[in-house]
Design a binder for this molecule. Structure first.
Ligand code: 1HN
Length: 349
């Protein structure tokens, strides 16, 4: 035994390590995620977010965000191994200055309707439940109406592929020389061009693998879910669950982040399900419970509107809905599917 330990010490000086000591953990029989399920109650978190509103301006902070950190990844600005999530606050009259980075971002609006975001020369108004995309390497800035014109604090969920780009060491960023980028297109231009089940003849995929629609408004999403719930059938595991698409390709709206919206009718008792994409959930409407299990451990997350939780890879989840529940969620599924490694299981009990 000592011979071996001496041997390990000797080779360590040469930056060499014996594979046979770690083979079983490197190639586990099934995923053994360090990432933990976790729940953020909005009413508990909100006062702290508002406190940040009086401690620092958006101009100084650049982005005033409380990062939702997984308890197993404290200090790493990660909610799963591959994804970042945070809740961003913009106060009336503030501008979050323009910049761009290779990380892709999504905004899911949680509270308030008086803010806008500008991406690539076009503004969109943000409303609760809207799913908004900031494609990789596009300038973006956010603003909010002044208080005298009805501006209220606005909060949204940011989802970014930061840990993924850190993994690849592929992150670049730069600031725009002014706080706000110039507007070159009228509000609603992208939606008319790309969001009406049509495409311009000369469509050139200027965002490559990212959808050219940059605001998927909640009103449209909600109406589709309602119609499908009425028409049925409602899936025993997922209720009525849809994924957001790039209308030009039929593929995911974002290349690195899959986004979903689902409706669980009041009284729904879902069957258990697990998959390999750790998922971040933002509750839009209704009360219910997420029951998460892994091995002999169980987490019960009773939830209501604006609450957030994370479901790690290969943890089993089932949902119960008291009211009609609407859940927005995102994960790294597009990447796992592109690599051919995504797995999912519908379980019976
Ligand atoms: C960012 O640019 C935004 O533009 C939000 O709102 C969160 C977290 C890390 C790096 C860049 C934004 C971010 C971010």
């Amino acid at each position: 035994m000592n011979d071996r330990l001496n041997y390990y010490q000797d080779i360590a000086t040469l930056q060499l390590a014996p594979l046979w000591e770690s083979l079983h953990t490197l190639v586990p029989k099934e995923p053994a995620p360090a990432v933990q399920p976790h729940f953020w109650h909005y009413d508990t978190l909100r006062p702290h977010l508002m406190r940040a509103g009086s401690l620092i301006t958006a101009a100084e902070a650049v982005r005033r965000v409380l990062v939702l950190e997984n308890p197993a990844l404290t200090g790493k600005a990660s909610i799963t191994q591959s994804l970042y999530a945070g809740l961003q606050l913009i106060m009336p009259g503030e501008i979050a200055p323009s910049h761009r980075h290779t990380q892709s971002a999504l905004r899911f609006i949680v509270e308030g309707s008086t803010a806008w975001t500008a991406v690539n020369g076009e503004r969109t108004q943000m409303h609760p439940g809207d799913f908004i995309i900031t494609p990789s390497w596009t300038f973006h800035d956010h603003g909010n109406r002044i208080e005298a014109e009805g501006g209220v604090p606005v909060v949204w969920l940011d989802g970014l592929d930061i840990p993924m780009l850190r993994f690849f060491d592929a992150g670049f960023a730069e600031n725009y020389p002014e706080a706000e980028q110039p507007l070159t297109r009228a509000e609603g231009d992208s939606f008319a061009r790309y969001g009406a089940n049509m495409l311009p003849l000369e469509y050139d995929a200027s965002y490559r693998s990212t959808s050219p629609i940059f605001n998927y408004p909640y009103a449209r999403t909600r109406e589709a879910l309602e119609t499908l719930r009425r028409n049925g059938p409602v899936d025993d595991w997922h209720g009525v669950k849809m994924r957001y698409v790039n209308p030009a390709t039929g593929g995911w709206a974002m290349p690195t982040i899959g986004t979903f919206m689902q409706l669980l009718p009041a009284g729904f008792k879902g069957k258990p399900y697990r998959n390999t994409d750790g998922t971040v959930v933002s509750v839009v409407e209704g009360r219910g419970t997420a029951i998460v299990t892994r091995g002999d451990r169980t987490w019960r997350f009773p939830f209501g509107p604006r609450d957030h939780f994370v479901l790690p890879s290969w943890h089993t989840v089932r949902f119960e809905a008291e009211d009609d529940v609407v859940l927005f969620s995102f994960s790294d599924r597009p990447v796992q599917q592109a690599l051919g490694i995504h797995r999912e299981q519908r379980l019976e009990a």
